[in-house]
Write a protein that binds this ligand. Structure first.
Ligand code: GCB
Length: 604
């Protein structure tokens, strides 16, 4: 209940800041498990380079009704873009476009939904947008990687309705991420759009998971859309013979701890999922949920009671061959299959929440997940509005994925430097996570580890690590940093007492380029391979190392860097090229992960 109060409070504050404008509303849990009509497909668009569309009221989609009228802006017979999809990869003219694009389409009010409540749901719109229905502004949202919804029950006309979105991806100092970042700034309606229908009094939210430590108790919380007491709600897990009836309190919330026997826990080796149904008087939501225990004790991370080494890998939400943002199940298969082949048991979803197809498929395939919001360098930590926005983003991420047992880490920041405003900001991020879900491990990635000449060790001074369960370090030894001592002598004394993950390391190589293993600027696979060997050697000297995540699985597009000899704006740190070819370093990592897996299996 407390969570909902904070969420409403935040929505109130944010709406107030928007000059009383409308904001998106609290998210329904598991939209894919509801009745919905897809609004994906071809949308008409207007590229609004000079920002004239609002003044011209393009969202009204007016047509001349007499001989004297004309409208200079029109969706008719104009450009077409596919939704979902970024605009940059769909038209050569839009490759670098940063600005506003108007999207418009008609849709029909579905039949037989007179008694239902209807929500427009957007999986992600990059980066900010306003939603207009039949000429009226009904919502706005900021944040390119998290979903939002708006209720339209009383706003839909019979028959045709015109939906317009004003989408803008201009980088600004108060945004998240801010002015520069090392990936492509794709704009557009990049994920599914749905018209979701639910009963009048529906299951707004549920959270079902195994106890953090015990394998014989499942905790369930169900929240109805109305604050109604004494409503019955059922949790059904047929395979476990669970058929538990709960009763709501005066806030419409029902809770129970359900004893279970012979539960098969989810793990990367055996990613077992159960059919779970949440049933109320008027509503029913079905889905697959896995159950596992995950906690930290001392310097170890325990999965189902056994210490685990995280064989992680990162990728951006991008299909390099298509040079565009990933958005479908087919895309998820391609990204995750390569991670599986590498031998990974975890994905660090870089650097923002990725689409639900990826998250759900990863869970099914047996990957633990680290999910973060793009608090990536350069964030304006002193700006209260930025803090509130980031808090909103992190809440949307946690709200969307809290029922995924694969989700192990909420990442609250990447590469930030210590300061009082930064500390307050990150504490607030943690608070927003914990209000919704206090069970996941909280992590942040740091880059300010240095080699102390006196102690002859790698050290880090950042007290914010006290609020984290697990500390992560991005360290590019052999690439951005030269070796101060030989790799076998590079001893670490960082975050002792807690588990440490090397969340990034690596270097650039162009697939097929060989020779000069000593020279960084050779951009050769041989240099990259040697760098990997050296880093793996160093990892033996990190006593609390409990996971590694090389940067990165695939070469990715990034205007952050220009290499004429590398094919332009690419970050070539991939273990796999943009065309899907494995570089030498891939095989080194593959061997390392095979060995780490065997060690874990023999210890358990
Ligand atoms: C980092 C960032 C990552 C970059 C990477 C690089 O530390 O976290 O987003 O892409 O370095 O390649 O420099």
């Amino acid at each position: 209940m407390k969570q909902r109060f904070y969420l409403y409070l935040l929505l109130f504050v944010l709406c107030g800041m928007g000059g009383g404008r409308l904001c998106a509303q609290e998210l329904l849990t598991n939209v894919y498990g509801r009745h919905y009509v897809s609004l994906n497909g071809e949308w008409n668009v207007i590229v609004d380079l000079y920002g004239q569309g609002r003044r011209m009221q393009v969202y009204k989609n007016r047509k001349p009704t007499d001989n004297k009228q004309f409208y200079e802006y029109s969706f008719d017979r104009g450009l077409i873009l596919n939704v979902p999809g970024d605009w940059n990869s769909q038209m050569p003219e839009l490759k670098y476009y940063e600005g506003t694009v108007w999207y418009g389409r008609y849709f029909q009010r579905p039949a037989n939904v007179e008694d239902e409540r209807l929500y427009l749901y957007f999986g992600a719109v990059s980066y900010r947008c306003k939603v207009y229905l039949n000429g009226e502004e009904i919502a706005s949202h900021e944040g390119g990687f998290t979903p939002f919804q708006v209720e339209v029950t009383d706003k839909l006309a019979e028959g045709d309705n015109f939906l317009a979105l004003e989408v803008n991806n201009t980088r600004t100092v108060d945004a998240i991420p801010a002015m520069s970042f090392d990936w492509w700034n794709y704009g557009g309606i990049t994920r599914d759009v749905m018209l979701v229908s639910v009963p009048q009094v529906h299951i707004a939210d549920y959270f079902v998971q195994l106890d953090k430590y015990r394998k014989d108790v499942i905790h369930a919380t169900v929240t109805l859309s109305e604050a109604k007491a004494h409503q019955t709600v059922q949790i059904l897990i047929p395979e476990l013979k669970v058929r538990t009836t709960l009763e709501t309190d005066m806030n419409g919330v029902a809770q129970a701890s359900i004893p279970v026997k012979k539960l098969q826990r989810w793990s990367p080796e055996m990613p077992k999922l159960y059919d779970v149904s949440v049933v109320s008087d008027q509503d029913r939501v079905d889905e697959k949920i896995g159950f596992r225990n995950l906690y930290v004790k001392g310097e170890n991370i325990y999965l189902n009671g056994h210490p685990v080494f995280l064989r992680s890998i990162s990728f951006h939400e991008e299909i390099p061959q298509r040079s565009g943002r990933a958005f479908s199940e087919t895309d998820a298969v391609m990204l995750l299959s390569e991670a599986k082949a590498l031998g990974a048991n975890m994905i660090r979803l870089a650097h923002y929440p990725q689409n639900e197809y990826t998250v759900r498929l990863a869970e099914k395939m047996g990957f633990l997940l680290w999910e973060e919001i793009p608090i990536w360098q350069g964030i304006d930590f002193k700006n209260d509005a930025t803090r509130l926005k980031a808090g909103n983003m992190i809440a949307e991420m946690v709200q969307r994925d809290k029922n995924r047992c694969a989700l192990s880490f909420w990442g609250i920041a990447n590469e930030t430097a210590t300061s009082e405003p930064r500390n307050e900001f990150l504490k607030y991020m943690k608070k927003r996570c914990v209000e919704i879900d206090s069970t996941r491990l909280i992590v942040a990635a740091f880059d300010l580890v240095f080699f102390d000449r006196q102690t002859q060790k790698f050290e880090m001074n950042d007290t914010i690590t006290n609020i984290l369960d697990v500390v992560a370090v991005n360290k590019y030894m052999g690439w951005y940093h030269d070796w101060p001592v030989s790799p076998d002598k590079a001893i670490w004394n960082v975050a002792s007492g807690k588990p440490l993950i090397i969340s990034e390391f690596g270097g650039e190589a162009l697939y097929g380029k060989h020779g000069e293993a000593e020279k960084k600027s050779s951009w050769s696979e041989d240099y990259q391979a040697q760098l990997y060997k050296d880093n793996l050697k160093m990892f033996e000297n990190i006593p609390n190392l409990r996971g590694t995540s090389p940067w990165i699985l695939f070469d990715f597009r990034s205007p952050f860097r220009f290499h004429p000899n590398q094919g332009g704006e690419w970050n070539r740190k991939g273990l796999v090229s943009d065309q899907g070819q494995r570089k030498k370093a891939w095989y080194i990592m593959n061997e390392y992960y095979k060995q780490k897996r065997l060690e874990d299996l023999s210890n358990n």
